[in-house]
Design a protein around this ligand. Structure first.
Ligand code: 5GP
Ligand code: MN
Length: 338
């Protein structure tokens, strides 16, 4: 953050404000961690703050401090709309384009509040009065720690704030192993542990809550995996029928896409998941090395994200989507085999 923006934020927060805090649609650990940390921080400072989630999120995140206060835009629409209209400040966290909030987009565009964006994705939009964007960061949660540091307020990091920030850094770094995990990330995480984040409990809350049906669904996903060795690519499909047969709940497919990358010589992994209700195939893309799934998702599947992790969607059927993908892939043979 540049010094001018820090001054602007300090001045915006110098008196009690009505503040809405927004994670992206289908929020993950980083989005919810950042939102709930900012929420606790602002409330402690005497602001009237609310986290408004565009839609529901997985059960493995619902233990986080402040979770019970989250307003769900889909379920509590009137309340959410009112909070957005009344807000004079809106934080958008872990996304950088208003299209990433789904149905909430119109309400955000009509809001009269000043926006503060904190985000680590590529190609940020320009809707915010203060944009703190850094694609080198491991996570938005690491940036929220920096944000509090820029304000000179790390002494005010409570156990609740530390727990939320730890959760987001942990989930977005694949438990501190992705390339964006820096020595600074580890220093921040160490600080968070000193401030009360209970690392072992947090790992258990997020990762050790499997249901038998989810593990069986993972079995289906792994046996559906197609390996295209000449493209160093592996992809998984899951149809709505397969999800339904395994009592699918939001978040159950989290992490499935990563299995493809554990294969030797595979650098590009995808999962195609049918969502009959929305009439789309949701696509998650991952890579190791220089192959940019952000560019790939942007160019072909109406999505984006980071170089090594991105998402997108297709409005075609599963079979058509996969056929189209395989055709597109033929243009990437040399890029995938440098
Ligand atoms: P996931 O595959 O876990 O849903 O998302 C991977 C990364 O890509 C995350 O950083 C997420 O924010 C981003 N992402 C997921 N879906 C989309 C999308 O539809 N558009 C854009 N721009 N980014 C996405
Ligand atoms: Mn993130």
């Amino acid at each position: 953050m540049n010094p001018e923006d820090i001054t602007t934020v300090k001045s915006l927060l110098s008196q009690p404000q009505k503040i809405a805090i927004i994670p992206h649609k289908n929020p993950d650990g980083d989005a919810m961690g950042a939102a709930l940390a900012v929420y606790a921080f602002l409330k402690d400072k005497g602001h009237e703050a609310n986290v408004i989630s565009p839609n529901d999120y997985p059960k493995f995140l619902k233990w986080m401090p402040g979770n019970d206060d989250v307003v769900n835009f889909e379920r509590e629409n009137q309340k959410a709309q009112q909070l957005l209209q009344e807000a004079n400040l809106i934080f958008t966290l872990d996304f950088n384009d208003l299209s990433r909030v789904g149905q909430m987009e119109t309400a955000l565009k009509e809001a009269s509040a000043d926006f503060i964006m904190i985000d680590h994705h590529q190609q940020p939009g320009d809707y915010a009065k203060v944009t703190y964007s850094d694609v080198s960061m491991s996570s938005t949660c690491e940036m929220v720690y920096n944000f509090i540091d820029f304000l000179g307020e790390t002494d005010n990091i409570t156990k609740a704030i530390a727990t939320n920030l730890y959760t987001g850094i942990m989930t977005d770094t694949g438990s501190f192993k992705y390339r964006s995990t820096s020595s600074k990330t580890h220093r921040v995480v160490a600080e968070l542990i000193d401030k009360g984040a209970e690392n072992m409990e947090i790992h258990q809350h997020v990762f050790d809550t499997n249901s038998p049906s989810r593990l069986h669904l993972l079995g289906v996903a792994l046996s559906n995996m197609v390996i295209l060795s000449e493209y160093r690519t592996a992809y998984i499909t899951l149809t709505q029928d397969e999800l339904d047969a395994h009592d699918y709940k939001k978040g159950d497919t989290e992490g499935f896409v990563n299995y493809g990358l554990t294969l030797e010589n595979i650098v590009f992994a995808l999962i195609f998941i049918e969502n009959r209700e929305e009439g789309i195939i949701k696509i998650s893309l991952r890579s190791v090395g220089d192959f940019s799934v952000n560019e790939f998702a942007r160019a072909h599947f109406n999505g984006g994200g980071h170089t090594n992790a991105a998402g997108g969607r297709s409005d075609l059927s599963m079979d058509e989507t996969v056929a189209r993908f395989q055709e597109i892939l033929t243009n990437y043979k040399s890029e995938l085999n440098p």
